[in-house]
Design a protein around this ligand. Sequence first.
Ligand SMILES: [Zn+2]
Length: 182
Amino acid sequence: MKRTLLSVVTAIILLSCNAQNTDKTKTNMENKNNPHYSNTDTNKVVVKDEEWKSLLSPEVYYIARQKGTERPWTSKYENSKEIGTYYCAVCGNPLFKSDTKFESGCGWPSFYEPITKGSVIYLPDNSFGMKRTEVECGRCKSHLGHVFEDGPPPTGLRYCINGVVLDFKKAKEAEANYNKKH
Ligand SMILES: [Zn+2]
């Protein structure tokens, strides 16, 4: 009887370890498969559309490269208050710090300021009969979202960003990665 119980417990432990390993491998594999992903490289990334299509998941490709929009209220980052850095999910470029994130109530993760002036670039967007300013990644020119002038101080800006194209790393992990490369 005891032995049976022991093997059941062992099996459960083994199973949960396996599940954890699989998840970890998946995350690493995603970045490994994409040779353009780096949290530290500042060189511009210019890649043909077909290559992006083969490297990115369909939902990241749709938003980043085809200027799509994720459904509101669907991002796990929308209400997240975790401390760390939001990177471009396509190329790894650091985009926003968690301390500039705020609850805008618009349904998408919102920030009032990018990490540096060059983190993002701006383009006029007159689609859908609206005059808006599109925000793209400063390194790989992936579509991120839009910026509006109704944000909180000190900038008065609201960067309304699709969570699908954000890659969040907690403060400690981000620091460790940075130290490894410098
Ligand atoms: Zn990028």
